[in-house]
Ligand binder design. Structure first.
Ligand SMILES: Cc1cc2nc3c(=O)[nH]c(=O)nc-3n(C[C@H](O)[C@H](O)[C@H](O)COP(=O)(O)O)c2cc1C
Length: 197
């Protein structure tokens, strides 16, 4: 199947380190792979309302931010969460997008989970901290979300930086970016599950 990558940019600023690192990784994608880039800040989602157990869910209209993001998510074979590390996890914009997945799971006729199952979730993050182990909550959030959805998980590409452009000095991160999307992406497992042998 032709790969269709959706880059979900979750920074609260444009052209920051996460986006630069994501573009470095995307440069290595084969030419026949489709790329779609969406900045969550430019498509503001409403506050997530938890109606899971109250009412019928309706599909958001295609001209709304939620409709655009839902359709783009359903169309992607590969969803790349490109969110900076904020408070050791994903940014608020990104978290809100993921919260909306909980509503989309309930829209009749959409089959959100069945559609995403077997597809791949990736993460790309810039962080100011030098020690990458502080990003474990972020990695866990994406790994467990992928496991919940029955998705594959390609891991998280991390790069160091604070001011925009800093990540271009992180030569290790730029080297990892070159092969990031070539990595094997196994089916995600929760930490308590035996890893696939
Ligand atoms: C709200 C906020 C929270 C942050 N939290 C962390 C953090 O927990 N750990 C860290 O290393 N850096 C943290 N940072 C620094 C950013 O990760 C860093 O500046 C990164 O380069 C921002 O990515 P961007 O350039 O793509 O916007 C935080 C920055 C902001 C604005």
């Amino acid at each position: 199947m032709r790969r269709r990558f959706l880059f979900v940019l979750g920074s609260a600023r444009a052209e920051g380190n996460t986006e630069l690192l994501a573009r470095a990784a995307a440069e290595q994608l084969p030419g026949d792979a489709e790329q779609r880039w969406l900045r969550l800040a430019e498509h503001p989602l409403p506050d997530f309302a938890d109606l899971r157990h109250d009412s019928e869910h309706v599909r958001p209209t295609a001209d709304s931010a939620a409709g655009l993001l839902l359709d783009a998510t359903l169309a992607a074979t590969d969803i790349v969460i490109a969110s900076p590390l904020y408070w050791y996890s994903v940014s608020g914009l990104t978290k809100r997008y993921l919260d909306h997945w909980s509503g989309w799971l309930r829209i009749p006729g959409v089959d959100f989970r069945a559609t995403l199952a077997g597809r791949t979730l990736w993460g790309i993050a810039a962080l100011a901290h030098v020690e990458q182990s502080v990003a474990e909550p972020y990695i866990g959030t994406l790994n467990n979300s992928a496991a919940y959805m029955g998705m594959r998980f390609g891991g998280v590409l991390l790069g160091n930086g604070s001011a925009p452009g800093d990540v271009l000095k992180d030569t290790d991160a730029l080297a990892r970016a070159k092969t990031f999307f070539a990595q094997d992406a196994p089916l995600a497992r929760f930490p308590y599950e035996a890893s696939a042998g």
